[in-house]
Design a protein around this ligand. Structure first.
Ligand code: AP5
Ligand code: MG
Ligand code: ZN
Length: 217
């Protein structure tokens, strides 16, 4: 199964990708997570990505496409993968088509998690992430049992540098201008599926699984 989870910043792509990884046993490929790791390690890639991420802009297509091409060629992607946050531009979608053709694979479908922008800001600002295992929480919608402590591993929770009201406003503008057009792009090739992201996390996962089952995945 080769899956794309699309959606605006804070829509729940990462949350749902983690659920589907557990169900289907295929890896989550999050370009945002890959860039954050690169920034943390101080690599050349991290240096290129840092200022774009901090201001809520997209990392240039050629950089992003390069890391995805390399990642999808790894052995753990042989049985499939879940793309989270890629593609985000029509140029990236076109590049993905070529990468998949080179690998002899095709897309199963594109799940778009739909959430109105008023709610996205609250979701991003309240998000907390485990420093140790990367699990995602929300102070109101998905709170850990103990404040600031990960339920799974006991790690400390932190807030992403780009989860501020100001950067989030930029991220939403960039989404509207560059990423929303992909909805029409994927509708046009019959791969698009809309998922209501305003339901409980568990219900969103159920809806995704039933769409995937209907597509024979
Ligand atoms: P990235 O990390 O991908 O950020 P994003 O797209 O802005 O999306 P988020 O990770 O913020 O949100 P999400 O949809 O994963 O939501 P989550 O599940 O965490 O990218 C960061 C940056 O990297 C970009 O700005 C760009 O600079 C760069 N980049 C990345 N990919 C790129 C690309 N392809 N090209 C160029 N540049 C790229 O959920 C959010 C919160 O809501 C959490 O607190 C969660 O607990 C809560 N929540 C989730 N689901 C629900 C629900 N159903 N109900 C209530 N709360 C919920
Ligand atoms: Mg995410
Ligand atoms: Zn943890």
């Amino acid at each position: 199964m080769q899956l794309i989870i699309m959606g605006a910043p804070g829509a729940g792509k990462g949350t749902q990708a983690a659920k589907l990884v557990a169900k289907y046993g295929i890896p989550q490929i999050s370009t945002g997570d890959m860039f954050r790791m690169a920034v943390k390690s101080g690599s050349e890639l991290g240096k290129a990505a840092k200022s774009c991420m901090e201001s809520g802009k997209l990392v240039p297509d050629e950089v992003t496409i390069g890391i995805v091409r390399e990642r999808l060629g790894k052995a753990d992607c042989a049985k499939g993968f879940i793309l989270d946050g890629f593609p985000r531009t029509v140029a990236q979608a076109e590049a993905l088509k070529v990468i998949l053709a080179d690998l002899g694979k095709s897309l199963t479908c594109v799940l778009n998690v739909n959430v109105p922008s008023s709610e996205l800001i609250e979701r991003a600002i309240g998000r907390r992430i485990c420093k140790a295992c990367g699990a995602t929480y929300h102070i109101k919608f998905n709170a850990p049992i103990k404040e600031n402590i990960c339920d799974i591993c006991g790690g400390e929770l932190y807030q992403r540098a780009d989860d501020t009201a100001e950067t989030m406003a930029n991220r939403l503008r960039v989404y509207e201008a560059s990423t929303r057009p992909l909805i029409e792009y994927y509708k046009g090739i019959g791969l698009y599926e809309e998922i209501d992201g305003c339901q409980r996390i568990e219900q969103v996962t159920k809806d995704m699984m039933s769409v995937l089952a209907n597509r024979g995945a």
